[in-house]
Design a binder for this molecule. Structure first.
Ligand SMILES: [Zn+2]
Ligand SMILES: [Zn+2]
Length: 136
């Protein structure tokens, strides 16, 4: 599967090829912060299939955290595209940056970090939910 996407202003474009390892919604505090309030809808994609085809992202990593993730975003419009997490082989790609989120993402299969969930967050009926992460 070859997916294409980019940021809100069009300065950044990417292709993401390969099989998604996971499609999920994350309720953690950091995701809630960065999503704007909702859980973060993401998919794990193989890094070897991912490339920026236009522009290059700004990177941000918190210096005050151990094992901090690196976030890549558009320096013009601020759209957060993906996250690189130390120890995780895949990229955490944000579903909303796909050109066609309905086709390319479809929807989350599980909910994670519900221990940090806000009272107004919704989890679809019957969706497996995990306090933190599912066992590997
Ligand atoms: Zn942009
Ligand atoms: Zn999260």
């Amino acid at each position: 599967m070859k997916l294409e996407g980019g940021c809100y202003c069009g300065s950044l474009r990417y292709v993401a090829e390969g099989k998604p390892a996971l499609k999920a919604q994350c309720h953690c505090r950091a995701c809630t912060h960065i999503s704007g309030g909702a859980p973060n809808m993401f998919m794990l994609m193989p890094p070897e299939g991912f490339a920026y085809t236009k522009g290059s992202p700004k990177q941000f990593r918190r210096a005050d955290l151990e094992n901090a993730v690196t976030r890549e975003f558009c320096e013009t419009c601020g759209t957060h595209i993906l996250t690189r997490r130390p120890g995780l082989p895949q990229l955490v790609l944000k579903a909303g940056t796909l050109d066609d989120p309905a086709a390319g993402y479809g929807g989350p299969k599980i909910a994670i970090y519900t221990s940090e969930k806000q009272p107004f967050h919704l989890i679809a009926e019957g969706m497996p939910a995990f306090d933190r992460l599912p066992d590997r």
